[in-house]
Design a protein around this ligand. Sequence first.
Ligand SMILES: [Fe+2]
Ligand SMILES: [Fe+2]
Length: 492
Amino acid sequence: MEDTKLKMKVHYTDDEKKSLSKTIEDVFIRFTSVMKIAQIFEPNNVAFLQQLKPFYFIIQSLLKNLGKAVLQFRGNALFFNTIRIKIDFHSYQRFKFLVGEFKKKEIEAIGFHADLTAEELTRFIMILAKSREKNLKVFEDFTTEMENQGIKNIFLEKLNPYDISTRMTPEEIKRSCKKVFLKGIVHLQEVMEREKKHEKIHFKTTRRLIQSIINLISFDESFMLGMTNIKNYEEYTLNHSINVSILALCFGRRLGFEKTELVELGMSAFFHDIGKLEIPIEILNKKGKLDDKEWEIMQEHPMRGATKLVLLQDLSYFPVRALSVALEHHVWADHSGYPKNWKKKEVNLYSKIVKICDVFDAITTKRIYRDFSFTRQQALSMMFEKVGEEYDALLLKVFANMIGIFPVGSLVALNTGELGVVVETNPEEAFVTRPKVKLVTDSTKNKIDGEIIDLAEKEPESNQFKRTIVNTLDPEKYDVNIPDYFLAQAVG
Ligand SMILES: [Fe+2]
Ligand SMILES: [Fe+2]
């Protein structure tokens, strides 16, 4: 039975992945063609055989080299032997059909064994393609039919019913991102109120919230990152804590954190400024510069935060690392910063991560004492001026990479004269300057509710890119409210 499980661990180098990607893309495209043709023709038809042969051949060569070939459809992503296959926009359109077919049939993965024969492959494709005629509906119908037809070298794995990505459309995922974001704000508000009344804090709820954010990030990282463009001027600490948690979680994912580590990181980020609860509001919200005494009080918030967390009764749902983060998130890489009496040898990795996310969110937000905010790009370049001194050099690099050259939420000018808001970065390294952009003005700068366009798209005749970014702009100067574009996508 173990044989039918698709839990295969294969490690590939980056170069191997690249060359494999092209082949796998070919597999998916050929699979699509053969499935389409099988819906019309019988297996002995020439047209069918013409499509089947190259498909069988390519699987055969993969099996010969790798021993096993597993195609997996997870959400809208495709995997081959656990490697995620990066697909360009056009190819994706080509095998969207295939992904849809598998979803309908509750199939998450298809695996081929080395002894696969062309006859078996034909029988299998016919089962899938003629499922409606044969009244095969649920996953189990397919596996039974495969058994009946003696197919031994192909195996299927069922969709995980708990995998929300398979049950949700991209729009539903966006709506969930918005909901979780708002829930986070409400929850933190509740935490603060309970704290004031010395009531028990429901860390279990925080944990669940962070887990939902982690899930949603794995389905739509760009959109979740886009939510951090929402800046509520009035309730800075609430908004800020959620934003820092989202940034830290995306960051942790890039660093390869395991899920349990991510939960700890997210919770630590969520409570990093809990000590501010004890700082007088007049100081927190002071319009002008803080005087020496006020600044001293302000600098107490890390220690007060850590102490508060230590004193909490119920630590069973609470990560101990959060104490370090509350205490150390203003300690610099060169150990300056505050608290002044901090004298450890090494700053906790989680604290270093939260520090970067904390500053990034703070300077990209308008504050009571500063009636402007920096753009995300400006923020990054300001931070790089203090690399090594204030921020860990390696971490800052990874962070900048995650935020991207044109961060989600940037307002950009295109060579067509149109303006657009970046809504999704392009994961392909070669296309980092070609994100997806929602058009917000036409070429004469009239405001429009434009479509989302992929800047990686080319003109078919000339093979030239349709549009290119020429400049990043300050949204405020152009009277563009960035959060609106994210919220508009998550209506409902
Ligand atoms: Fe802080
Ligand atoms: Fe903070």
